[in-house]
Design a protein around this ligand. Structure first.
Ligand code: OFO
Length: 169
């Protein structure tokens, strides 16, 4: 059985994962209209993954005798000056999510809820990977600079992007 504190913190995280899915969906849609086919494919996939993260939490809360809350999701506000700004926001967003997961893990320790602590280790690993992926992509974007040919190749690569951070685990 989940304590009230853990349950409340998990529900906050459910919202955060749902919001993340919306943010990446908005990014995917923007990139699609701009003609960045690869970037939009990448963002659509990210959005699906965040939804999966949300569902995993919902199922866990319900399985442990809690009641998962499905609330309103945020309407994303994006800086769409260019695609670099988009990926900077992606990294900032992931850093925020990592902080939230860390905070949640801390609460499970305070509450001596070792089952939830164990369950959350998957999210801890996932956040390391997602932050590393965002940094890797930003490094590439910085290398490209204003080179149109480089941007074309980059967008192409994003279509079937496999993060080196994923391979490292
Ligand atoms: Fe849910 O992993 Fe990123 O935000």
């Amino acid at each position: 059985m989940l304590s009230e504190k853990v349950s409340e913190a998990l529900n906050k995280q459910i919202k955060m994962e749902g919001d993340s899915s919306q943010v990446y969906l908005a990014m995917a849609s923007w990139a699609e209209v701009q003609g960045f086919e690869g970037i939009s494919t990448f963002m659509y996939t990210q959005s699906d993954e965040e939804r999966m993260h949300m569902l995993k939490l919902i199922k866990y809360v319900n399985q442990r005798g809690g009641q998962a809350k499905v609330g309103a999701t945020l309407e994303p506000t994006l800086d769409v000056t260019n695609f670099k700004a988009l990926f900077k926001q992606l990294l900032q967003h992931e850093i925020k999510v990592s902080e939230s997961i860390n905070n949640l893990v801390g609460i499970t320790l305070d509450e001596r809820d070792f089952a939830t602590h164990n369950f959350l280790q998957w999210y801890v690993a996932e956040q390391i990977e997602e932050e590393a992926t965002a940094r890797y992509i930003l490094d590439k974007i910085n290398l490209i600079g204003d080179d149109k040919g480089g941007l074309y190749l980059f967008d192409n690569e994003m279509k079937n992007f496999v993060s080196p951070a994923a391979n490292a685990q």
